[in-house]
Ligand binder design. Structure first.
Ligand SMILES: [Ca+2]
Length: 518
C-alpha cells in the first residue's frame, strides 16, 4: 500500500483508528500489506432468495450476518442472465456481448478468455497477490479437443490464477470430475476419460435408456450419461474413481477454499470462490435435504448459507477478517426447474426467488441480472444499504484500485472504479448499465429501462410462476420506469417516445466498440 492508497483510505476511512487497526495487523507499519480479496460467487440465486433480501420461507442467517455487518446493495447486477457471460465479465471487466463466444459453454469448449488477457486475477497476481479459484468455472478449458487424461490447459492458470480447483463446466454437464490445476483430480490413468457432446461414448447407462436408474427424470438434453444417479448433458466414459458425488460437492469445494486461506494467509491473496449452489442438478447433502419449506431448491439455499458461514468462520479463525474484503454475489437470476423434474416448482410454497422483479435466469427483465450483492470488511465498511447502480463488470477496476494496481488501457474496457461505493463511502453508482439475456440487450439509465423489440425469450415461461411473456412482449419495444414499476408490467414506450429514442441511441453508442465510434 503506497502513499496514494494510504491517503485514499485515510480520507475515506470512518476514523483513523480503523486504518491503524489494519496497519497493525500487517507485517510492519512502514509497509502495510494490501487487503486480501475474496469473491464468493454463487449460482442461479435470485434477489429474493435470501432472508436479508426479503425471503420469508427460507432463513439464511450466515448471509444475513454478512449483510448486517457490511453494505447490502439493492441495485447491483451481473452483466447477463446466464452463467458464462456473467463470469466472463466478472473476470475481464468487459461486457460479454463484446465477445461473440461468450454464450453458455459445453464441457468440450476451449478456453474463452485468451491466455495473457489482463484479467482481474492477472492484474492482482502482477501486483503481488496469490490468486486462486475454487468452484464452478464454465469459461472453457483447453485449446480444443482437450485430452482430459493429460494436462488440461490452457485454463485458469493461464489467465492469472496461481491455483485452481474447479468444476470444469456446470454440474449438469460432463465431465463430472474436478480439475485441480492442470490435472483431473483423482484420475486413475488405467481408466481414461472420454467425453462427447455429439454422440454417445462408452457403455455407461444414459437417462434415455435407463430412467429406472436416475433419481429424477430430465429433458432430452439432460438425459445423457448417468453419474451418481443423475443423467447429464453429454456422454462420458471412464474416470470412475475421479467422478464427483453431488451430495459432497458443497463440502468438497468449501474445504478447498478453506485450505487456500490456510495455505496463503501469510501474503495478500485473492480467492474466487464459486459455489455451485443452487444450480441443477439439485442434490443437497443429507443434512439439508428436506430442511427448508421450499423443496430441494430451498434446501440448496440452506446449503449455500452453510458454505458461507463455514467459510467466514475459517476467515475469522485465521485472524484474516480485519484485512479481507469479501464480496458476495451471484452469476444470474433464479428459476425453479432447469432441465430436471426435481419438484422445485411444485414445492415452491409461494417463494419468490426473484423478489419483486420480473423474470429470472435467461431473461431480459430485472430478475435475470439484479441480484444479491454484499460487501463485507468490518474495519473499513460501515453497515448500510445502498441503491447505487453497480455491475459486476466494475469489480476489476474497483478491486485493482483497492490493491493499488494500475489498470492498463487494454484491460477492463467497461469497468468503472466504484471502490468508494463498494466500501459504503459514496452513494454514486454507474450512470448506465447494459443487461444481456439469451436473446439480446437492454439498457438502464437512472430510473429508466429500454428493451429493444425482439429481445425477450419466448421459451420456458413455466419455470417461474409469473414469468409469462406474450406476443406483445416478444414483438414490441419496451420502456419501463423501474422506480415506479419494479415488476416491469407497464410499458411506457408509446407514452415517452423521445425517452426511448434517447436510450436506443445510447445503447447503440455503448455497444459500438470505441475504435469504431465516430
Ligand atoms: Ca448460473
Amino acid at each position: 500500500m503506497n502513499q496514494l492508497k494510504f491517503k485514499l483510505l485515510k480520507s475515506t476511512c470512518l476514523g483513523l483508528t480503523c486504518l491503524l487497526a489494519v496497519v497493525a495487523k500487517g507485517e510492519a507499519a512502514s509497509a502495510p500489506r494490501p487487503p486480501n480479496i475474496v469473491i464468493i460467487y454463487c449460482d442461479d440465486i435470485g434477489f429474493g432468495d435470501l432472508s436479508c433480501y426479503g425471503a420469508t420461507k427460507i432463513n439464511t442467517p450466515n448471509l444475513d450476518q454478512l449483510a448486517a455487518e457490511g453494505q447490502r446493495f439493492v441495485n447491483a447486477h451481473a452483466t447477463a442472465s446466464t452463467c458464462t457471460p456473467s463470469r466472463y465479465s466478472l473476470l475481464t471487466g468487459e461486457y460479454s456481448f463484446r465477445n461473440q463466444g461468450a454464450h453458455i459453454l459445453n464441457g468440450d469448449a476451449p478456453l474463452l478468455i485468451p491466455p495473457g488477457t489482463p484479467t482481474l486475477p492477472a492484474l492482482l497476481q502482477k501486483g503481488g497477490y496469490t490468486t486462486g479459484v475454487v468452484g464452478k468455472w464454465h469459461l472453457g478449458l483447453g485449446a480444443g479437443n482437450t485430452d482430459w487424461n493429460g494436462e488440461v490447459k490452457p485454463g485458469p492458470l493461464e489467465i492469472g490464477f496461481d491455483y485452481s480447483f474447479i468444476i470444469p463446466t456446470t454440474p449438469d454437464r460432463v465431465p463430472c470430475v474436478y480439475v485441480e490445476n492442470h490435472r483431473v483430480a483423482g484420475l486413475d490413468p488405467t481408466d481414461p476419460i472420454e467425453i462427447s457432446y455429439q454422440h454417445p461414448v462408452g457403455t455407461d447407462p444414459t437417462g434415455t435408456d435407463h430412467p429406472e436408474l436416475i433419481r429424477y427424470t430430465a429433458d432430452k438434453q439432460h438425459s445423457g450419461t448417468i453419474v451418481d444417479r443423475i443423467s447429464r448433458i453429454g456422454w462420458m466414459k471412464g474416470g470412475q474413481a475421479a467422478r464427483w458425488k453431488d451430495e459432497d460437492m458443497a463440502a468438497t469445494l468449501l474445504r478447498k477454499a478453506q485450505q487456500f486461506l490456510e495455505q496463503n494467509q501469510a501474503k495478500p491473496f485473492f480467492l474466487y470462490y464459486a459455489v455451485h449452489d443452487v444450480h441443477v442438478p439439485r442434490a443437497p447433502n443429507d443434512r439439508f435435504l428436506g430442511k427448508s419449506q421450499c423443496g430441494i431448491r430451498g434446501d440448496m439455499v440452506l446449503e449455500l448459507d452453510w458454505c458461507v458461514g463455514e467459510f467466514m468462520a475459517a476467515l475469522r479463525r485465521l485472524n484474516l477478517a480485519d484485512n479481507t474484503l469479501v464480496v458476495f454475489s451471484c452469476d444470474n437470476g433464479p428459476l425453479f426447474e432447469d432441465g430436471y423434474n426435481d419438484g422445485s416448482l411444485k414445492a415452491a410454497n409461494g417463494a419468490t426467488p426473484a423478489g419483486p422483479f420480473r423474470g429470472g435466469k435467461y431473461r431480459i427483465y430485472e430478475g435475470g441480472t439484479r441480484l444479491p450483492f454484499i460487501t463485507w470488511w468490518p474495519v473499513q465498511i460501515k453497515p448500510g444499504v445502498s441503491d447505487a447502480l453497480i455491475s459486476h463488470v466494475d469489480l476489476l477496476a474497483s478491486l485493482a484500485s483497492l490493491a493499488e494496481i494500475n489498470v492498463p488501457n487494454n484491460a477492463g474496457t467497461d469497468s468503472e472504479n466504484l471502490l468508494p461505493t463498494l466500501l459504503g463511502r459514496s452513494p454514486v453508482g454507474r450512470q448506465n448499465l447494459i443487461e444481456q439475456s439469451e436473446k439480446g440487450l437492454a439498457i438502464v439509465q437512472a430510473d429508466w429501462k429500454y428493451i429493444p423489440a425482439g429481445n425477450v425469450v419466448r421459451w420456458g415461461a413455466a419455470s417461474r410462476p409469473g414469468n409469462t411473456a406474450g406476443p406483445a412482449d416478444w414483438a414490441e419495444a419496451q420502456l419501463f420506469n423501474l422506480a415506479q414499476d419494479k415488476g416491469e408490467t407497464n410499458n411506457l414506450a408509446a407514452k415517452y417516445p423521445e425517452k426511448m429514442q434517447g436510450l436506443a441511441e445510447l445503447l447503440e453508442k455503448i455497444r459500438t466498440p470505441k475504435e469504431k465510434q465516430p
